[in-house]
Design a protein around this ligand. Structure first.
Ligand SMILES: [Zn+2]
Length: 630
């Protein structure tokens, strides 16, 4: 059998994945309408009443509250924050389908290479761990960890490891198992001047896992007494490890984050594990980078509240302030906790109980409050200039949060700032308006620079039913088409002459045409497997859901029965829908002719004018000649 085409492969993976089973791995689903539909608490927004609908017959899902929807691929993309090829890979593995080498335009071999890299990292994790718990030369490492409060049990649970003081220890062990290329690609070893050497040498190792619990890199800490300048060292970025996306211990913390709806973010893995071992398990750590937008986006899927913990020193305060500015736009309940006396969480837990730490976390000030205090210490509010700067800082912050505009919360915050700075609410409100205006202008400039997701806005407009009359005609046609795709050919003739104009709907139509050309038949699932953009997938599910709710397929069927001649004729229901499109074109062409007619009137006037001017010029010329000769 020849290798499947990318689309055949997608279709295969889709057909081998049951959406109910897949989603039920993440949320509890209840059957409705005798199993024709399932509902559950939506994992994409803070859901109190089950809003997520799963349709087994269509293999789609949609949340009627937050409007997230799609198929099995979209679900994994949104849920695991991965790209389409990654979602495809995850589901293929889940269904035990071997992945063809060449997929979705990726360079040949990359899939295999990634899988090999993960295998190598998993193997290395074991090797490091066994060395830590059993090798004689790991004795200082064991003592260091025991001194820091790690038990053997926790060393096992978090798979801590040790790399002995030997620059080729791992590479020698890999001999016959993994090629130097795989070891280099997984960043387990490195090379310089043509010679290879192990990374992580003579360090205690903290394996860094992806969300699926697979080792993707290691964080290494030197032992006390080592003269190495870098106390902590994280593995470099690799095809499977991206610092800006990965959070340490998310695999261990996820359940508790989901339960408590709150996540605590600390700055290092030792602090993070100190919290876990003390019994506070909704804690993750960044990996030598500040928290990024991608981190927050990932955390928002589980948590309503994000508590950032910073050291109480000056650098920590400044880092905290920067984070507040960046993350308020993300619209999470952001809290900032700075620990007393410049302590980090591990220090704090040495002298206090975990309940004390919990109390601090629970009472962490909201980001606004933190920022106000920070600005106040920075600029002071005794002078007019200082107050001005604090005001600017605060309104710029408020302007970052679109959902705040016009809310009750906004008036409370404005009143609060006005009171604290002894200003009138009106002047704070005016400053906020200025800040929003300048942010909007800036945003417009920035938007030109970043590559937009092409369909986001258009698809959202359709889902929120903000369509004009012309677009409505096109939308209705697509609804009928998806409800009864077997009538595709009737649409083809009409749309050839009267094409769609809404770019999003036109794109969907193009995909229908392409699907039919390739497979001779249009089906909903075929169309779904062709479309990869999550916005379009979501829109397709929406259209399909609406069509089902309106019973359009039944209406078309009934209309077929009523057709006097059997077969071959377009069902009257569709005739009417298609007539609307033709009629639109006719109406428009009439308007064009009318415009042309009025234009001709104008043109005539201009011609007349030109003629008059020419006449005048001729007259003047004649006159001049007469004068000269006369
Ligand atoms: Zn939702």
């Amino acid at each position: 059998m020849s290798a499947p085409s990318p689309q055949e492969f997608r279709e295969l993976v889709r057909s081998q994945t049951d959406i109910v089973g897949l989603i039920a791995e993440s949320i509890a689903l209840q059957p409705r309408h005798g199993g024709r539909q399932y509902v559950g608490l939506c994992c994409f927004h803070d859901d109190r009443n089950p809003s997520l609908n799963v349709y087994p017959d269509r293999q789609t899902f949609r949340c009627w509250s937050c409007q997230t929807g799609g198929d099995v691929f979209t679900f994994v993309m949104q849920h695991d924050a991965v790209t389409f090829p990654e979602a495809l890979e995850i589901l293929a593995k889940r269904a035990n389908i071997p992945i063809p080498q060449k997929l979705g335009g990726r360079p040949e071999g990359e899939e295999i290479n990634k899988a090999r890299i993960l295998e190598a990292l998993q193997w290395a994790e074991r090797e490091f761990h066994v060395a830590l718990v059993s090798a004689p030369e790991a004795e200082p490492a064991r003592r260091y960890l025991l001194d820091r409060g790690f038990s053997l049990e926790s060393i096992k649970k978090y798979q801590l490891g040790f790399h002995p003081d030997n620059w080729n220890w791992l590479e020698q062990r890999a001999n016959g198992k993994f090629s130097p290329k795989v070891l280099l690609d997984s960043k387990l070893i490195d090379q310089k001047n043509g010679r290879t050497f192990d990374n992580y040498v003579n360090r205690v190792l903290f394996p860094i896992h992806n969300e699926r619990g697979q080792a993707v890199s290691f964080g290494g800490r030197i032992l006390p007494g080592s003269d190495h300048p870098a106390k902590y060292w994280n593995g470099p970025e690799s095809p499977v490890f991206h610092k800006s996306r990965t959070l340490y211990a998310l695999d261990f913390a996820r359940d508790e984050i989901r339960q408590s709806k709150s996540v605590v973010v600390v700055e290092g893995y030792t602090d993070c594990l100190a919290c876990h071992m003390a019994g506070m398990t909704n804690v993750v750590a960044t990996l030598g980078t500040a928290l990024t937008d991608q981190h927050v986006t990932a955390l928002k899927r589980f948590a309503r509240q994000v508590v950032l913990v910073f050291d109480g020193d000056e650098a920590g305060q400044r880092a905290a302030s920067k984070s507040v500015e960046r993350f308020l736009a993300q619209d999470v309940d952001l809290r900032i906790l700075t620990l007393p006396e410049g302590q980090d969480p591990a220090d704090y837990l040495k002298a206090h109980s975990v309940d004390d730490l919990r109390k601090l976390v629970d009472s962490a000030p909201e980001a606004w409050n933190f920022q106000y205090r920070y600005l106040k210490t920075e600029f002071g509010i005794e002078t007019v200039d200082g107050r001005q700067r604090v005001l600017e800082g605060m309104v710029n912050l408020f302007a970052e949060v679109p959902s705040l505009q016009g809310s009750l919360r906004e008036s409370v915050l404005v009143a609060n700032v006005a009171h604290r700075l002894s200003l009138s609410e009106a002047s704070v409100q005016a400053a906020l308006k200025d800040a929003r205006d300048s942010k909007r202008n800036f945003g417009r400039r920035m938007n030109d620079a970043v590559e937009p997701r092409p369909f986001t806005e258009g698809a959202a407009r359709i889902i929120h039913r903000r369509l004009n009359k012309n677009e409505r005609v096109e939308y209705d046609l697509l609804e009928s088409l998806l409800a009864a795709p077997q009538h595709f050919h009737y649409y083809e003739d009409v749309l050839f002459e009267h094409p769609f104009r809404n770019t999003v709907l036109a794109h969907i139509w193009e995909q229908c045409v392409a699907e039919c050309m390739e497979n001779d038949v249009l089906t909903f699932s075929g169309l779904m497997s062709r479309v990869q953009d999550p916005d379009l997938t979501n829109l397709l599910v929406w259209i399909d859901e609406q069509a089902t709710a309106k019973g359009i397929a039944e209406k078309i069927d009934k209309s077929v029965e009523q057709t006097p001649t059997d077969g071959g004729d377009c069902p009257p229901y569709l005739v009417r829908a298609l007539e609307n499109l033709k009629w639109r074109s006719e109406e428009e062409s009439h308007q064009v002719t009318a415009a042309r007619l009025s234009q001709t009137e104008e043109d005539a006037a201009i011609e007349e004018e030109n003629a008059l001017l020419m006449q005048a010029a001729a007259f003047h010329q004649q006159r001049d000649i007469r004068n000269a000769t006369g």
